[in-house]
Design a protein around this ligand. Structure first.
Ligand code: SF4
Length: 347
């Protein structure tokens, strides 16, 4: 059994029963459980406070599954992109963004993506498969195990895939990331970014923890959004905005600036109206290379004007700095091009 695929409460219950069945003292559960997420070990052999027969039994019954780090690339701005190999030929990327006192890890929730947003390199890959909960949280756990990095202070679901398309696993991963017996990362430091899979957005809103939510909006009307995001057909913007009202914390609207597609004065005024009505913060970001070749980014000057127009129309706005562009690690750029064979050399 893979304990890392369970919630901390489930893992505790399985472990304590197993400990009892082996005739071990109950306190062994309190020694073993923290080695899953709180003070993780690479293998059970790395624990120093357990008797050897117990370590061997843990290795036999609950081997700790890990992804293989295939490569890590460092950007001139300090951003690091990791390429992980999972089972078979499946590979995913995650991106670590250091910034003053915080480090944010952008995690993947799927290999590839089914939604085909025109500006996104992951969408161009197509969908390969959903990640399991342990494959999502392992992206964090591996950094805790690596003394060069340590546990990130913040986690954002903005890597490969649409997290709410893989709700069951993401729901479970959120619990593992946040639970005090899991990784203990505060809910306000975990952001789920979604194009708005409405039923699962409602499920996320209904969770008691105050996870942050970012909505990939990218256009202020259904007609304009549909040209960029085919999901608009199934989950129109009006339904997404209705579901947003159920989220108790202020949401962010992500808005990638594309020349001539969504950056007109009318777009700014319409977007400001939506942001005012929902109390959302608008986060503008420049288009990065990687999606459809015909798209061009809005100029820096246009982004500035657009931001001022939003502000003068009563919306709160930030302009996001691009990070990791030189290693194709910026927003919308994650993509696996090379098929990974079994002879990959781990770094
Ligand atoms: S933006 Fe998100 S949902 Fe759209 S194709 Fe990229 S990964 Fe998928």
């Amino acid at each position: 059994m893979n304990l890392l695929n369970l919630t901390p409460e489930e893992a505790e219950s399985v472990l304590s029963q197993w400990i009892v069945d082996r005739g071990e003292p109950n306190y062994r559960t309190r020694q073993v459980l923290p080695r899953l997420w709180q003070r993780p070990v690479a293998t059970w052999h790395d624990t120093t406070d357990l008797p050897r027969p117990l370590i061997q039994a843990l290795e036999r019954d609950f081997p700790l599954q890990r992804p293989t780090l295939v490569s890590h690339q460092k950007s001139v701005d300090g951003t690091v992109k990791f390429l992980w190999k999972l089972d078979g030929d499946t590979a995913i990327e995650s991106v670590l963004i250091p910034e003053r006192s915080r480090t944010t890890l952008c995690v993947s929730s799927q290999a590839g993506c089914a939604y085909d947003c025109v500006f996104c390199a992951t969408g161009a890959m197509g969908f390969q498969r959903h990640l399991q909960p342990w494959e999502i949280t392992a992206q964090v756990r591996e950094l805790t195990l690596d003394e060069r990095y340590g546990t990130p202070t913040h986690v954002v679901f903005m890597g490969m895939g649409e997290p709410l398309h893989n709700w069951q696993a993401v729901d479970q991963a959120l619990t593992i990331l946040n639970h005090p017996s899991g990784m203990g990362i505060g809910a306000r430091r975990i952001t789920v970014s979604t194009i708005g899979i409405v039923p699962n957005l409602r499920r996320l809103a209904a969770r008691p923890e105050q996870f942050r939510v970012a909505i990939s909006l990218h256009a202020p009307s259904s007609q304009r959004r549909f040209k960029l995001m085919p999901v608009e057909r199934k989950y129109p913007i009006a339904d997404v905005l209705e579901a947003v009202q159920e989220i108790r914390k202020r949401v962010t609207f992500e808005y990638v600036m594309i020349k001539g597609m969504n950056d007109s004065d009318d777009d700014a005024r319409d977007l400001a109206q939506i942001a005012r009505a929902t109390g959302a913060l608008v986060n503008l970001l420049p288009l990065h290379p990687g999606g459809a070749g015909t798209l061009r980014p809005s100029s820096a000057e246009r982004i500035k004007q657009f931001a001022s127009l939003l502000q003068s129309n009563g919306a709160k706005v930030t302009v996001r700095r691009s990070r990791g562009l030189d290693i194709s690690g910026a927003c919308g750029q994650l993509r696996i091009d090379t098929p990974l064979g079994s002879d990959i050399e781990a770094k």
